[in-house]
Ligand binder design. Sequence first.
Ligand code: KG4
Ligand code: ZN
Length: 376
Amino acid sequence: MKILGIETSCDETAISIIEATGGLEKPSFAVLSEVTITQLDLHKAYGGVVPSLAKREHQRTLMPVLIEAIERSGVACEKKTIAQIPELEALLPKEPDLLAAFLHRKDEFLFPNIDAIAVTHGPGLEPALWVGVNFAKALSLVWGVPIVPVNHMEGHLLSGLLEGAISFPTLGLLVSGGHTELVLAKAWCDYEILGATRDDAVGEAFDKVARLLGLPYPGGPAISKLAEEPSELAFTLPRPMIHSDNYDFSFAGLKTAVLYLTKELGALSDEQKRAIAREFQNAAIDVLISKTKRALEQYSPRSFVIGGGVSANTELRRRMTELLHDEFPDTTLTIPSFKMSTDNATMIAIAGYIRHQKGGIREAGEIRAEGNLSLA
Ligand code: KG4
Ligand code: ZN
């Protein structure tokens, strides 16, 4: 079946169209089109994502992104003029926003051959999520196609399915700008959260530390690049909760330790910045590795997946690969491609397919944006 995925939870406006086959037994995916517009430059000046600006940008860009996604996908697409859609006239007075959600080009409306719409309904910035949810509802009404609401974190967890199959139980390490959690998937859509961060997410710590070092937002890629450059200096930072007997994380203290260190040092030399970036990255990764190792030992999962923006970190990918290879050779490791690690709509369409197989279609009226939506 063909699924159109919509993602607007943070600062990327993204739409993908995928062809999914194989059911839950052997799910397989082909990406027909994938269009992402990032708002990075807009939020950069503020050092982080501004929800009201994000919302406005999603509203502005969703329609062109959709048109491009449909055109690039090559799916069969009917074109109708407004006179050929009598339903629309009845709908418009009740749904004033509907026209905005329509594919209006030279008085023609596009009706692509899509079987379902998958849309992120949480977690994320609520004003931004609502834009995608309302857009999906309007399209569903006009196209007569069902909606499957998707949890953004489930998208990250399943993003590796594009690379290969997973077997249950599957352990997932989800590391993004808003989340840090270890999740055990016992079966499709059956999750137990083993532990999560008690304060900052690891991506948030990368972003805050980058700011302290005078690096641009988002901090992850900037720190990771700096950490790779050689430095003669060595600093020592804490590894919070590394020995605690649970799967929880804490990254606020690590960031504060960097704050104190930078205050103590005063104006930072490039050499000092490189050394701090390296030690911060090592400290964060040491904790992620240690907790993951503990969970792999306790649950002996058949698959292990990582997902979320921080999983684009080269050093984290290298260390996880080494850990699995050296100590857990019976567990299959799945790492999404760099493009699939950060926010995208393909992972939403993939999770939408899995949810669809599990009866995940919902009435449009029931679907709400939920900023704090949890996996379990
Ligand atoms: O999953 P994502 O794109 O958006 C959220 O759902 O939050 O994750 C964004 C986070 C940001 O905090 C960013 O700094 C971090 O992922 N990130 C990285 C890297 N690339 C992105 N962190 C470390 N190393 C990277 N290479
Ligand atoms: Zn994300």
